[in-house]
Design a protein around this ligand. Sequence first.
Ligand SMILES: [Zn+2]
Length: 405
Amino acid sequence: MVYMPNILGPWVAPPQAGPRLRRLAASPASRRDRRGAPVLRVVGVIVDSEGAVPGEVRIGPSGEILERGSRGTLGPERAGERKLHGIVLPRAVNGHTHVGDSVWTKEPPRLPFHQVVAPPHGLKHRLLAQTSPREKRQGMRASLSAMAALGTAVTLDFREEARPGVRLLRAAEKGAGLEAIALGRPADPLDRREVRALLQEADGLGLSALRDLPLGAAELARQEVRRAGKRLALHASESVWESLDPVLDLKPDLLVHLCEATGEDLDAVRDAKVAVAACPRSNALYGRFPPLAQIERRGIPLLLGTDNVMFQAPDLFREMEFAYLSSRARGEPLEPRTLVDAVFVTPWKILGRPAAARLEVGAPSRALVLRLPTEDPYYQVAARSAHRHLLVPGRSAVGGAVPVA
Ligand SMILES: [Zn+2]
């Protein structure tokens, strides 16, 4: 893998940023506050859990909202602040990743799906078994750092390889500037002691499909997750239709994919109030597409995930654009807002941290800025945003590495 050191200061413009953003990221001390980063004043549209509202904000060096008002109400420009026009958003959440397979950097083989990812003998699992812990940790850290530079604050990661796998992720996460929610996978899902020990370190379980599990494993997982007060997430109906009744009986927190789910299945998911993480680019590689329009129509809480890092870069802007364009190509167009909420708003609610999706003074949220036209902000964000438009306040030099896309 080729790495490029992340040498930018407390304001990190991504490597693809143009010269203006690079100059801003490296702006001199006179333009910075006492903690070393400039205060940003952004005039445009604020998009958060309350919708898209014209206005202006002052953003502090860590991305915190210092002031918020309607346009023209924040007074004259102050010394040391930098004024921009654009769209302000909360930080993003990636709804589904497998950062453990970051070490693979070639075109995914054109093999049947199960030969690539199915445990325990699929290519991905052989790759994990053959790679040293050090290489895996370095690959994971590079991916997590790249995600942080793209404005992602949290990723829900399905971490294979049992307890050692979760420990590697925890080590990779240090200094990456991003929180990885580690959803672990036991080596023997019927070994209650192992599952219990895994849950002492992981944030929950991230299982492959129910049909891949031995009889009794899912119920054991449900009991232990409940006991530990953690999260249960599963892949479901990804490449083959599965009955969702036994899946929903587990009362999962999150289902991933659902490409083969029927309308009736989705009604049941809605009624059970279970969130769904969709991964359109990853599914497209194997000729599938998640039923996004049907999910939207039913108001099912939706997250977007970039899935296996061995398939595509963990870039939610590209995920949104692909999802939007594909939905148009399929004749089932999505509202751009559905995709924007799936990345910047809904996941925070699912995580039980709704205040992180609200951009107001005193909230725990941290802002991103996209330097884009503000007339139709949801469309701009979903379909026209890219690295070069993005500013991520408060990302100190992460000490890691950003893979060159
Ligand atoms: Zn997955």
